[in-house]
Write a protein that binds this ligand. Sequence first.
Ligand SMILES: *[C@@H]1O[C@H](CO)[C@@H](O)[C@H](O)[C@H]1NC(C)=O
Ligand SMILES: [Ca+2]
Length: 219
Amino acid sequence: MLLFLLLVTSCAAIPQNVSEKMFTFPQETNTAHVRLTTSRQNLQAVTVCFRFFTDLTREYALFSLAVPSFDNGLLFYKNLNSFSVSVKNAEPIFEGLDFKLNKWHSVCGTWSAASGLVQLWLNGEPSSRKLSSTSNINGPIIIALGQEQDSHGGGFNAKQSFVGMMSDLHMWDYTLSPYEIRKYMNGRGYAKGNVLNWNSLDFQIIGRVLIENKQIAFQ
Ligand SMILES: *[C@@H]1O[C@H](CO)[C@@H](O)[C@H](O)[C@H]1NC(C)=O
Ligand SMILES: [Ca+2]
């Protein structure tokens, strides 16, 4: 049993450079996901950036970070006609961002407890800045890609699962400036995440999620 735990721990602890790769989520399930690891337990500000491609016409989760006290510790969610970014269940909704199916989209979201403000960027275009939580995200963090957590590490619903491809995920413990976000959007010379780094990523695949060569065309 101890040996098993050691093996599991050491497997999860080897970061991989997936800079030329993407995750493919090929089917709707309530199980398949990528679980990401960080030892960070107290965040007073966050930026998350990633790119994704889908033809889903229902709602779905894009990035689900849970702590024991909040299943939606930090949740990027696509609603039918809008996006939302929840911090500790406080969920500002962003309307009217230009979104199309079957196209790679670059997303960044910023939040800080000091202002409580969330801003979402989609393909270089900023959203309004809207109020969310004004206190730190605290506790052991579990991040799931491909599923929406309703409990710490579980509570998945197939109708909120992600089907499509995802790449270039980074997470920082500070808010990136608009200039830095523009560099990410253009895919050139941006500072890699200091909480999650796509070029050195600790992750575990559960169920059918594939690591494939990237197919990204910047607009
Ligand atoms: C990851 O791979 C890319 C491209 O092969 C390389 O440019 C980069 O330096 C690597 N990063 C790390 C942290 O190994
Ligand atoms: Ca949830």
